[in-house]
Design a binder for this molecule. Structure first.
Ligand SMILES: [Zn+2]
Length: 78
């Protein structure tokens, strides 16, 4: 990774302070995994990590934040 790692329980990036996963972290994942299913799988791993770190958080909110929003961001450049 790029040094952009989450801190829990705040759920913000250790490097830039944005809400995790921050833009640089998502960009690094896209670079590493490409644009298709491997990226989605990697985002699900993030989601899993977040869900374990934040057991009281809403499933939908975490899903939106860790999976849907990064996938949308990826699509925005097309
Ligand atoms: Zn960051």
């Amino acid at each position: 990774m790029t040094g952009h790692e989450p801190t829990w329980p705040t759920g913000t990036c250790i490097a830039c302070g944005q809400l995790w996963p921050c833009e640089p972290a998502v960009a690094a994942l896209i670079e590493e995994f490409g644009d298709g299913l491997p990226l989605a799988a990697a985002l699900w791993c993030l989601f899993d990590e977040a869900a374990q770190a934040l057991p009281l958080a809403s499933f939908l909110a975490l899903y939106e934040r860790c999976v849907r929003q990064p996938l949308r961001a990826r699509g925005a450049g097309e």
